[in-house]
Design a protein around this ligand. Structure first.
Ligand code: IPE
Ligand code: MG
Length: 222
């Protein structure tokens, strides 16, 4: 979800207004995606690098998140969705972590779709934490080096149990991955749209999914 700041700038509004509109867009997209039958959707809400923004903007985003989590929980629960969080929880405020844990607990029994929020997330940090988990298993004699393979390594990541994404969409015209799910997107189709995140719609999501369905995925085969 990129382009909130530019959306606001175009309208001579503070960046916070873009984030607010972006959160509304997210509500629409989650609803639309689940209605389209998408089983797993992950959004990049806040990266480990986003902590380096001005304190004012970070505080605004955290307050928006508190509100979003409070409102969206009921909505997604009602729709039968499960919510999971991936990222560095130790960097987030305690009350937010508590909110996240409650949401995960309350929606754990839902199976219509899974909505994953990458929060304080960085893919390299995730990979390092996976390496540490596996190393300590090996060091303690609970795992042998020959058991380290793609499957066991995937299980050591935050996304344990979540299938790799079929499709990655980045809004706002940037053509970068920016430390997002690096391991998991090895074979994902990538889609870049110029639309700024606050302007993104369910109709555009549908167009992108149609385009995705027309692509031929070969996974290295001919
Ligand atoms: C994405 O919009 C939202 C977050 C990273 C929280 P940006 O805030 O990155 O918007 P631009 O890139 O400045 O337009
Ligand atoms: Mg940006």
């Amino acid at each position: 979800m990129d382009g909130n700041g530019r959306w606001a700038k175009k309208r001579n509004l503070p960046r916070s207004a873009g984030h607010k509109k972006g959160a509304e867009t997210l509500q629409e997209i989650v609803k639309g995606a689940s209605e389209m039958g998408i089983k797993y959707m992950t959004v990049y809400a806040f990266s480990t690098e986003n902590w380096k923004r001005d304190e004012e903007e970070v505080n605004y985003l955290m307050d928006l998140l508190r509100q979003y989590l409070k409102n969206e929980l009921k909505e997604i629960n009602k729709q039968g969705g499960k919510i999971l969080f991936i990222g560095e929880r130790n960097m987030l405020a305690n009350d937010i972590v508590t909110q996240m844990e409650n949401i995960e607990k309350q929606t754990a029994g839902n199976d219509k779709f899974t909505f994953i929020v990458a929060l304080s997330y960085g893919s390299r940090a995730e990979i390092i934490s996976g390496v540490k988990k596996i190393s300590s298993l090996v060091a303690n004699g609970d795992m042998s080096i020959s058991d380290i393979d793609e499957k066991s390594f995937s299980s050591a990541l935050y996304t344990y149990g979540i299938p790799d994404p079929d499709l990655v969409i980045r809004t706002s015209g940037e053509q970068r991955i920016s430390n997002y799910l690096l391991w998991q997107i090895a074979y994902s189709e990538l889609f870049f749209t110029k639309t700024l995140w606050p302007d993104f719609t369910v109709a555009e999501l549908k167009e992108i999914v149609d385009d995705f369905n027309s692509r031929e995925r070969r996974y290295g085969k001919v």
